[in-house]
Each structure stands twice: as structure tokens, then as C-alpha cells.
Design a protein around this ligand. Structure first.
Ligand code: TYD
Length: 204
């Protein structure tokens, strides 16, 4: 049974979540928690190889989703669940919502199919909070040096992905939307106040 705290960070490329993930790890460590900082794709035992294929080879969007999903299953089984069972804080830079936003809303893979597969993969495990760092595609693109296939898709694609995230956030209470266009310090403060505001930890 899950005892720890599961936090996921989401947003389009260049939204700043990776920087904030590191700061969040420090925040929890200073409070005495054991923290696992991980990411998708790549955090599972098959992750580095799957990541390499996903970011470099062109493929059908359904195959792409299934590869992300395989990495996710291994990630949950091999790393996320065991850490949560030990009572640790797990911070994942991307998780299931990335597939819904990128492969579903971005590339048009059936949302029903994605949800169906996720039902098997997640077995009821959902983040306690999902921090969505919301930025416009223009801001996101300015911040990244385009380095892989998915990041190279351009503003039109990222617009669909962003809108997808905002749609999911409307349905899912676990989502907290943070304006990622603000300064790094302000984004950090907003992130911490969301964590504290949800009663995930006590003693501020
Ligand atoms: P990465 O270099 O980790 O970028 P970022 O720092 O933005 O997370 O590359 C991950 C890429 O994979 C990113 O463009 C989003 C994409 N992705 C999906 O399309 N679907 C998914 O399910 C996941 C986890 C990531």
C-alpha cells in the first residue's frame, strides 16, 4: 500500500519543470524526507534504451504511445511503487499526462485507447498532485535548444499539447496550474504554496 507522496511535473517543452523538479527535491530533503527524483521517458530499467528510440526514430503515434507506456509500466513497478511503499517522496518529471497531452491531444491517438492502456498500467496509482507549468509555445520554444525529434515539432504541435494539458486540468482535481512564464523564484513560490495548500505535508 502507498505511504509516500507522489508528485508529477508536466508541461510543454521549455516550461521550466526540470529546474523546478530539482528545487522541489531540495525543499523536501530540507524537511527531512527521502526523495526520489526521476523522469519519463528514461526512469525505468529499460528507460535509457527506450528513450533513445523515442527521441530519435520516427514512428506511428500509436507505437510511440505504446513505447512510452512500456517505459511507464517498468518505471512504476521497478522504482515508483517501491519508493512510495517505503514512505518516500517520488517526484517524476513527466508521467501519464504527458502521453495524454502529446500522443492524445498532440498527435491524435484515441484518448479512450490511452486511458484503457493506462488503466492496466497504473493499477489505480495516480499522483497526489500534478504541477502543470503552463507557458505559451512561443515562450517554451525560446527557452529550448531544439535537441530531439519531439521537441522539433514546432509551435502548432505545442499549442495542441498545451491545450490538451489545460483540458486534462479541468477534469482532474489533482492538477495545479502554475504560470511558468513568471520568474524562477515566483514559480518556485507558487509551486511550494500549492504543495502546502493541498495538505500533502504538515508544518509548512
Ligand atoms: P525530454 O528531453 O525529457 O524533454 P523535457 O525536458 O521537455 O521533458 O524529452 C521528453 C520528450 O518526450 C518531450 O518532448 C515530451 C515527450 N513525451 C511524450 O511525447 N509522451 C510521453 O508520454 C512522455 C513521457 C514524454
Amino acid at each position: 500500500m502507498k505511504k509516500g507522496i507522489f508528485i508529477t511535473l508536466e508541461g510543454i517543452d521549455g516550461c521550466g519543470k526540470t529546474t523546478q523538479a530539482k528545487l522541489l527535491k531540495k525543499f523536501f530533503e530540507e524537511k527531512g524526507f527521502k526523495v526520489v527524483l526521476t523522469r519519463e521517458p528514461g526512469g525505468s530499467s529499460i528507460g535509457p534504451e527506450v528513450r533513445n528510440i523515442l527521441l530519435n526514430k520516427n514512428m506511428n503515434p500509436v507505437s510511440e504511445f505504446l513505447l512510452f507506456a512500456s517505459d511507464r509500466k517498468e518505471h512504476i513497478k521497478g522504482l515508483i511503487k517501491p519508493a512510495l511503499e517505503r514512505g518516500e517522496v517520488v517526484i517524476s518529471d513527466r508521467f501519464c499526462d504527458s502521453s495524454v497531452a502529446y500522443q492524445g491531444y498532440g498527435r491524435g491517438v484515441s484518448l479512450d485507447f490511452i486511458n484503457y492502456v493506462h488503466n492496466f498500467i497504473l493499477e489505480g496509482l495516480l499522483p497526489d498532485i500534478t504541477l502543470l507549468f503552463d507557458v505559451s509555445p512561443e515562450v517554451g520554444l525560446k527557452r529550448i535548444h531544439v535537441s530531439d525529434r519531439i521537441e522539433g515539432e514546432g509551435a502548432e504541435f505545442l499549442k495542441k499539447v498545451r491545450n490538451g494539458y489545460l483540458e486534462i486540468a479541468k477534469r482532474e482535481k489533482r492538477f495545479a496550474i502554475i504560470n511558468g512564464e513568471k520568474s524562477k523564484d515566483k514559480v518556485y513560490k507558487d509551486m511550494v504554496s500549492e504543495i502546502l495548500g493541498r495538505g500533502l505535508i504538515y508544518g509548512g
